[in-house]
Design a protein. Sequence first.
Length: 206
Amino acid sequence: MSIIYLLKKIPIDIGQAQKKHTTAGKRIAFSLIDNGVGKKALDIGCRDGYWSIRLDAHGYEVVSLDIEPFYEPALTHDVEEGLPFEDASFDLIWCTEVIEHLYHPEAFLQEIERVLKPHGKAILTTPNSAWFFYPIVKLWGWTPKKLQNPDHKQFFSYKDISRIAPTYKIFGYFPYMFIFFRIASLVGFLSPTFIFFLDKDTSRGR
């Protein structure tokens, strides 16, 4: 059994196939969600529908979307082609571990803002490929590309997220695995995951 396989099984947001619903990054991201009664949410990259079901339990009317969904109510759509919705359609957009799979992440974020209502919120997560762990294990040839999902096309640093999502607040977490706290400082160094959050009520003044 390889060390890489073992790393992918522990909940520190490396290669999330084994722990995709229970990582600290996902739990912190979901804690940012308000009561959804009377509101409409879009779950981008819904895959098995786990988060769509949780959003529904929070009271949202949920539209689910994925390029290859395993959730019967979901729409099948490639977000590289834009989002198939009218302007200002959603109160909440939930999108975890999607943006790193895209060739054009900036265009995708523009689409999120387009379909988000003026008082809406967007919550995204993506791996931090500049986390301090990676330079250490690179000594053994373990790069982010090897440890993360093989379909990843983007390997983001804090600077990258700040550039493509300048109106978003960026969070992370520290320490890891069993005890963790949401952090907003030293995120680029300490956190394995970026949680970035747009509140259209306040973002214009940031």
